[in-house]
Design a protein. Structure first.
Length: 413
C-alpha cells in the first residue's frame, strides 16, 4: 500500500488566529499608517534576525527581491559582473540580469552540487562586483574557500540561502557568513507564507540601504508614533522600489517560524534513517554534505544514481518508475542554467543593452560540464516526504531497491 504523504504547506490553528487578528487590525502593510502596535513585518524581521544570529533583517515580497536589494545595496549595476553557480533555480541569475549586470555562470563541485571555489576564482575579472553562492539541495557551498577568495580579491559574497533556512556552517547560520544572506519564503521552501523573502546582514549601512531599497526609498520613523501617522518617512539616500511583504504574509511567517525547529528535527531524523537505508542499496547514495555543515537542512533530499545498477536506464525513466512506485513525485535535479528552459535572456528586449552585453549574457558561452552531468545523475525528493512517519520513510528505500531489481522491465521513453 502506498503511503499517505504529508501535505505542504501546513496551516496551524495559531496561524488562523494570526490571520484573523491581522484582518481586523486596521493595518495590512508596513507602508500603511501606524495602528497602535508593532507591524507583523517588523516583528518577523526581529525574529528572523534573532533566529539566525544576524544584527538586521529586511523582509521582502519574495526571494528574488531579497537578492535584488542585496545586490543593489552593494551597488551592482550596468557593466558589472556577478558570479553565480550554473546549477540553481533561475532567480539567482535572472535577478542579476534585471540589474543590467552580467551573470557569470560557473561550474559546481560534482560531489556537493554547490558552486566550485576554484571555478569562482578563475572567473574573477576587474568587473566582478559580487559573488552569489547558493546553498543547494541538502548541502552548502564551501564557505571557508569562498570567503577566503572574496577577501583576497575584495569582492563581497552574497549567500542565496533560499533553500537552506537554519542550515549551519561550523555553527554559523547560512546567510550570516557572507556580507548579506537572502531567503525565499515561496510555498515549496522550508519556511513559507506562500510568497515572501528576507535579506539579513550585520552591516548597519547595508541594512539602511536595503530597507530603503525595499520600501520605495522610505526609512522607518525613529520617534514614537501617533495612531494614523505614517511609519515610513520620505527621507531617502537611495532610490528604491516596492518589495514590501504584506502584513498577512509576515503574520504567517511568524506563525510558521515557531514550528520550524520541530520540523527541522523531524526531517533530520528521517533523512538520517533514509541515508542509512540507501547505504545498503548498490548504485544509489545521498549527495555529499561536507563535515563543515554542522547542521544540514533538507529542502530537496538529493540522491545520486549509477545507471549500471538500474539496467543502464536513463534517469528520467527511473524517476517515472519510482514516482509510480511511491505515489510521490520524484524529480531530476535542475538543468544547468546554460540549458535551462526558463533562462532565456535573449527573449527580453530590456536586456538588449548593446551588442557586447547581448553576447555577455548569453548562457551558452559558459562551460558547465559538472552541472550538466548532475542533471543526468541526481534525483530529488521535496522535504515534505521527510515529514512522514518512519514506516513510510522505510518504504522509500524499499521502492528504490525494487525499481533497481526490476529495472530491466522499465520502458524507455
Ligand atoms: C526559490 C529560490 C529563489 C527565488 O525565490 P522567490 O521567492 O521564488 O522569488 C532564489 N534562489 C533560489 C536558490 C531559490 O530556490
Amino acid at each position: 500500500m502506498q503511503a499517505q504523504w504529508p501535505v505542504w504547506p501546513r496551516g496551524s490553528e495559531n496561524g488562523r488566529k494570526v490571520l484573523a487578528d491581522t484582518l481586523f487590525s486596521g493595518r495590512w502593510t508596513l507602508s500603511g499608517p501606524w495602528a497602535g502596535r508593532r507591524s507583523n513585518e517588523q516583528e518577523f524581521a526581529a525574529q528572523w534576525a534573532e533566529y539566525n544570529g544576524a544584527a538586521h533583517c529586511v523582509p521582502t515580497a519574495n526571494g528574488t527581491s531579497a537578492l535584488t536589494i542585496a545586490m543593489e545595496a552593494l551597488d551592482v549595476g550596468y557593466g558589472d559582473e556577478v558570479i553565480v553557480p550554473g546549477l540553481t533555480w533561475v532567480a539567482s541569475a535572472s535577478a542579476v540580469l534585471n540589474l543590467n549586470a552580467v551573470p557569470v555562470l560557473v561550474d559546481i563541485d560534482p560531489a556537493t552540487l554547490c558552486i566550485d571555489p576554484a571555478a569562482v576564482e578563475s572567473a574573477i575579472t576587474p568587473r566582478t562586483k559580487a559573488i552569489v553562492v547558493v546553498h543547494l539541495y541538502c548541502s552548502m557551498a564551501d564557505m571557508d574557500a569562498i570567503l577566503d577568495i572574496g577577501q583576497r580579491h575584495g569582492i563581497p559574497v552574497i549567500e542565496d540561502s533560499a533553500q537552506a533556512h537554519g542550515a549551519r556552517w561550523r555553527g554559523a547560520a547560512a546567510g550570516t557568513l557572507g556580507r548579506i544572506g537572502t531567503f525565499s519564503m515561496q510555498e515549496t521552501k522550508l519556511l513559507t507564507a506562500g510568497e515572501g523573502g528576507a535579506a539579513i546582514t550585520d552591516d548597519p549601512e547595508l541594512f539602511d540601504r536595503m530597507f530603503q531599497l525595499h520600501a520605495d526609498g522610505r526609512r522607518q520613523a525613529q520617534q514614537p508614533l501617533a495612531v494614523d501617522q505614517m511609519e515610513l518617512v520620505e527621507k531617502s539616500s537611495v532610490m528604491g522600489n516596492n518589495y514590501c511583504l504584506s502584513e498577512f504574509g509576515a503574520g504567517v511567517l511568524i506563525d510558521q517560524l515557531a514550528l520550524l525547529e520541530d520540523e527541522h528535527r523531524l526531517r533530520e531524523e528521517n533523512a538520517q534513517r533514509l541515508t542509512k537505508a540507501l547505504d545498503a542499496i548498490p548504485g544509489v547514495s545521498r549527495v555529499q554534505i561536507p563535515d563543515a555543515v554542522t547542521r544540514p537542512t533538507y529542502y530537496h533530499y538529493a540522491v545520486r544514481y549509477d545507471p549500471a545498477a538500474f539496467a543502464g536506464k536513463p534517469l528520467q525513466d527511473v524517476i517515472r518508475a519510482l514516482t509510480a512506485e511511491l505515489g510521490f513525485p520524484v524529480n531530476r535535479c535542475y538543468p544547468a542554467l546554460q540549458a535551462h528552459p526558463l533562462y532565456q535572456p535573449h527573449t527580453k528586449r530590456r536586456y538588449r543593452l548593446g551588442d557586447a552585453h547581448v553576447v555577455a549574457v548569453d548562457p551558452r558561452r559558459f562551460e558547465l560540464p559538472n552541472a550538466r552531468r548532475a542533471h543526468d545523475e541526481v534525483f530529488t525528493f521535496h522535504h515534505r516526504l521527510l515529514l512522514a512517519g518512519t514506516a513510510d520513510i522505510d518504504s522509500v528505500a524499499e521502492a528504490i531497491s525494487k525499481v533497481a531489481r526490476s529495472a530491466h522491465e522499465i520502458e524507455t521513453s
